[in-house]
Design a protein around this ligand. Structure first.
Ligand SMILES: *[C@@H]1O[C@H](CO)[C@@H](O)[C@H](O)[C@H]1NC(C)=O
Ligand SMILES: *[C@@H]1O[C@H](CO)[C@@H](O)[C@H](O)[C@H]1NC(C)=O
Length: 292
């Protein structure tokens, strides 16, 4: 009887006592000019030395909206596998990420990319996350920022899974968070070497490890033209010093209507002719790429 009563009380209290939530971290130790906000989700079943996934929202969104969006699967992944997710929130009007200004396209330049790097360092410290297992994902503007972070902070990131973005530096322009029609329209076309140089210039002289890059794009994307997929592939194959000819092409993988192209072990492209903007995230496929 006593047991039953205790069980009942525990049952009533459980929803209050448990239940991890998306939480704002007001002071994450950034000295960037960018006022980007840091939000974090530490699941109840967080593992020891947890991996860390940075989830970057699209324009017209925010950390909270993206976290609550049922099409964004990373909260589920975090709950299932016990890794920590960091949800940066853009400070810019329209909430696109700044992937245009010199500040953001330069390591430690003080822009949004610098703020997000500070969030990663804070999370490694505060939640004891594993520095060798930091991953970045995002859709649209978030995917553009994932590319920028890969170029400017390659030492912090093990792998990227970017949905419907552009090559790092493709949106460069005169100010903060500028839209770039030339790039979005698929008219920023350059050689692999030129794109590789753009990425390398964001952290000059760096010759350490670089994040493995998985890039997704839809062939029916009318917001970020599909040509940007080719430009991302050119950029990262050049950075890794591998051929632009795929080493393997797999039809209908990871799902029907998608084609996966591997360029060695470090660069993978996933393209679907019929999908528009933006490609829905496939949690399983991104987690596999991350080794989660
Ligand atoms: C847009 O980006 C391209 C590089 O992709 C750059 O050459 C061009 O100057 C940018 N356009 C504007 C208006 O800043
Ligand atoms: C996601 O990718 C996995 C393979 O990594 C595949 O089994 C699954 O069917 C895909 N999900 C969807 C919704 O197609």
């Amino acid at each position: 009887m006593k047991m039953l009563a205790l069980t009942l009380i525990a049952g009533l209290l459980a929803p209050v006592a448990l239940g991890a939530q998306l939480t704002r971290v007001p002071n994450y130790g950034s000295n960037a000019q960018s006022q980007a906000q840091m939000w974090v989700y530490v699941p109840d079943n967080v593992v020891a030395d947890p991996p860390l996934v940075v989830v970057l929202h699209s324009c017209q969104s925010s950390a909270q909206a993206y976290f609550q969006n049922s099409a964004v699967p990373w909260r589920r992944g975090s709950d299932r596998k016990g890794y920590v997710t960091v949800w940066p929130s853009s400070p810019n009007p329209g909430t696109c990420w700044d992937v245009s200004s010199a500040q953001s396209l330069t390591r430690n330049g003080g822009g949004d990319s610098t703020a997000i790097a500070a969030m990663v360092r804070f999370a490694l410290d505060e939640y004891g996350a594993d520095p060798a297992r930091v991953y970045v994902t995002g859709g649209s503007s978030g995917a553009m920022m994932a590319n920028v972070l890969a170029a400017a902070y390659p030492d912090l990131i093990a792998a990227v899974s970017a949905y419907s973005g552009v090559a790092a530096g493709c949106f460069r322009g005169a100010g903060v968070a500028q839209w770039n029609n030339t790039c979005s329209g698929g008219r920023s076309v350059a050689t692999p070497q030129a794109w590789g140089d753009v990425a390398r210039a964001m952290y000059p002289g760096y010759d350490g490890a670089r994040p493995n890059m998985q890039v997704w794009h839809g062939g029916a994307d009318t917001t970020i033209a599909p040509q940007n997929y080719q430009e991302e592939i050119k950029q990262w194959t050049d950075v890794f010093g591998v051929s632009q000819e795929p080493t393997a092409v797999t039809q209908n993988f990871p799902q029907p209507g998608y084609v996966t192209s591997d360029f060695g072990d470090n660069v993978q492209g996933i393209f679907s002719q019929s999908v528009g903007h933006s490609v829905p995230a496939n949690l399983t496929a991104s987690e596999l790429w991350f080794g989660l």
